[in-house]
Write a protein that binds this ligand. Structure first.
Ligand code: KG4
Ligand code: ZN
Length: 393
């Protein structure tokens, strides 16, 4: 069957068309057409996503992207008259005005093409995004032995930070989440404090990585992938050596790292950066590129350490041997590297999405919608509504 998927939960408009084949052991998704329109340039001016603006852009983009989909499949010989058998659309979580645009568009297409619509959970999409096999295919294993449930997943994005236990396909349990800011949100806010452009995650991360490599070199390691056994003492010695700033220790907290639950908190970390910047300014110290990169590095170390520690505890408690890491922040080099190392140490498999699928896209929504259809093929979804705080369960 063919499934048309629509994503409009935040600042990316996406539509995809997937051909789905279901065998006993796996489901394969072939990408027939795929489109994505980013609104980053528009939101950049404002330093963040504005829901009303996002809504306007989605409304403008959706028909354009749908026409592109039709164009992309022109020379693919689709035999049946029906271009797609099913539509799936993100119903949450996300910005409600943005979500509604996708839902309304899905309903219009549903009337026009006489096919049903299934709502999809954006976070389920992020989880399934790691099953991208190559450029054109996805493959979700069904063989219980191969999958080995439960799987643990760490979802880190601009709106969410949660540890989810995947008990079976379509059966989820959130075992921990942020009590305040999401990781990506903290990155974006710190970026703004450092006067870096939106979206700040990649910018902060780039500065941090440059500084990390410098630090590792100074410690005799060749590159950022080398062992990173720097102690607190040589870290601050390094900071002094490379910084024009004297007597400033850049040390940020690791909030909630040792609490017994699996929850996170990143708002305090962000505020600590704010106070640090204020202190520097009070002391008439210019926050130059050098200092920015030192703050970025310490911030990223604090985030990585916290995520690693909590996730490791959850791996041990739930005795899983697979960990999925997905969402926009899973593009982060340091987080990827450190989790890959942890996987080796604990002898568990770590699954990441390919770089292109870390951010929001409609392909992952197609997979999430299809899995929902598979679990209950006859269910009718009459009144689909936007649910900003929709939770996995
Ligand atoms: O999943 P996503 O595309 O959208 C949401 O559903 O939120 O995630 C976007 C978030 C933004 O906060 C962005 O700054 C962050 O992911 N991000 C990163 C990196 N790339 C994107 N954060 C840290 N390091 C990165 N390399
Ligand atoms: Zn997302």
């Amino acid at each position: 069957m063919r499934i048309l998927s629509i994503e409009t939960s935040c600042d990316e408009t996406g539509i995809s068309l997937l051909e789905v084949k279901n065998t006993k052991n796996k489901i394969t998704f072939e990408i027939l057409a795929n489109t994505l329109a980013s609104q980053i340039k528009i939101h950049k001016e404002y330093g963040g996503v504005y829901p009303a603006l996002a809504k306007r852009e989605h409304i403008k983009n959706l028909p354009i992207l749908f026409n592109k989909i039709l164009k992309q499949i022109e020379n693919k010989k689709i035999k049946s008259k029906k271009i797609f058998d099913l539509i799936t659309v993100t119903s949450g979580p996300g910005l409600e005005p943005a979500l509604w645009t996708g839902i309304v568009f899905a309903r219009e297409l549903s009337d026009k093409y006489k096919v049903p619509v299934i709502p999809a959970n954006h976070m389920e999409g992020h989880i399934l995004s790691v099953y991208g096999k190559d450029k054109n295919n996805f493959e979700i294993p069904l063989n219980k032995k191969e999958v080995n449930f439960p799987i643990l997943s760490l979802l880190i994005s601009g709106g969410h930070t949660e540890i989810v236990l995947v008990k079976d396909w379509g059966k989820y349990k959130i075992i921990g989440e942020t009590v305040d800011d999401a990781v990506g949100e903290a990155y974006d806010k710190v970026a703004r404090m450092l006067k870096l452009p939106y979206p700040g995650g990649p910018e902060v991360s780039k500065l941090a990585e440059e500084r990390r490599i410098l630090l590792l070199k100074s410690l005799g390691s060749r590159d950022g992938d080398g062992q990173r056994k720097f102690s607190a003492e040589n870290f601050s010695a390094f900071q002094k050596q490379y910084s024009s700033v004297e007597n400033i220790e850049i040390k940020l907290p690791r909030p909630m790292i040792y609490t017994k639950d699996f929850n996170f908190s990143f708002s305090g970390l962000k505020t600590a950066v704010l106070y640090l910047i204020r202190d520097l300014e009070k002391n008439k110290i210019e926050i130059d590129e050098n200092l920015k990169s030192m703050i970025a590095l310490e911030f990223e170390e604090a985030i990585t350490e916290t995520l690693l520690h909590k996730t490791k505890k959850a791996i041990e408690k739930y005795k899983v041997n697979k960990l999925i890491i997905a969402g926009g922040v899973s593009a982060n080099k340091n987080i990827k590297r450190e989790f890959a190392k942890m996987g080796k140490k604990l002898n568990i498999e770590i699954l990441f999405p390919t770089q292109k699928l870390t951010g929001d896209n409609a392909l992952m929504i197609g997979m999430a919608g299809y899995m929902k259809y598979l679990i209950n093929p006859t269910k009718k979804y009459k009144k689909i509504k936007a649910e900003g705080n929709l939770k996995l369960k």
